[in-house]
Design a protein around this ligand. Structure first.
Ligand SMILES: Cc1cc2nc3c(=O)[nH]c(=O)nc-3n(C[C@H](O)[C@H](O)[C@H](O)COP(=O)(O)O)c2cc1C
Length: 192
């Protein structure tokens, strides 16, 4: 499938340890000719951690995409009425955002962007990364699996000994997951 010119929203949530890997994948999407619209949650856009400063990652995203990062609910809201995006990707998607998405809560720019996009009956692809995927968030992952237009990048346990409830998406499967989601299909196998 030729993904050149595809209009893609990229929502980054506060899974800071995965930012470096996600940025690599975003570069790949750009190199493939996709037109990227970057969005960050309040926490992603404002928290400095041992993995890097918020300012650093905002600049990286803006340099790669050539667009200002959407960082407010009011700037994310027009994604609905403008109806320009073909697919929205939440990568990385935290346990916090997963839980809110499953329960219809819309209190961050990422959640507003996802809600605005879903109103247009188009696919939302989730690349999760959370230590409680097999704990408190298990039910939210299950809930989202049963919702229309929501798809998952395949995911698996990243450290079953030290973090037995943790699951992380295989970020290098984002591109084939996009292709399937655009056809209305969940890529399989989803548990890897
Ligand atoms: C250094 C650091 C790493 C974190 N990594 C993760 C993570 O991988 N997955 C996750 O679900 N939450 C992680 N968190 C917690 C989230 O940032 C926190 O739940 C936050 O409220 C998420 O907000 P958001 O979903 O709006 O981005 C991390 C926090 C810190 C400070």
């Amino acid at each position: 499938m030729d993904l050149q010119g595809l209009n893609v929203g990229i929502c980054m949530c506060g899974s800071f340890c995965t930012f470096k890997n996600i940025i690599e994948q975003i570069k790949l999407l750009k190199d493939m000719g996709m037109n990227l619209t970057p969005i960050m949650s309040y926490n992603a856009a404002s928290t400095n951690t041992r993995f890097g400063t918020a300012e650093y990652f905002i600049k990286e995203l803006e340099d790669i995409t050539g667009k200002n990062v959407i960082r407010t609910i009011e700037d994310a809201e027009p994604i609905g009425p403008q109806n320009k995006l073909d697919i929205m990707i939440a990568a990385p998607c935290t346990g916090n955002t997963l839980a809110k998405l499953n329960h219809g809560i819309t209190d961050t720019p990422v959640l507003m962007a996802c809600k605005a996009h879903l109103r247009n009956n188009k696919p939302l692809l989730i690349a999760l990364a959370t230590n409680d995927a097999l704990g408190s968030n298990f039910e939210n992952i299950g809930g989202l699996f049963n919702k229309k237009n929501i798809y998952f990048v395949p995911f698996g346990q990243d450290d079953c000994i030290k973090k037995p409830r943790s699951m992380v998406a295989k970020f290098d499967l984002i591109v084939p997951s996009i292709e399937k989601a655009l056809e209305g299909i969940q890529i399989q196998p989803v548990i890897v």
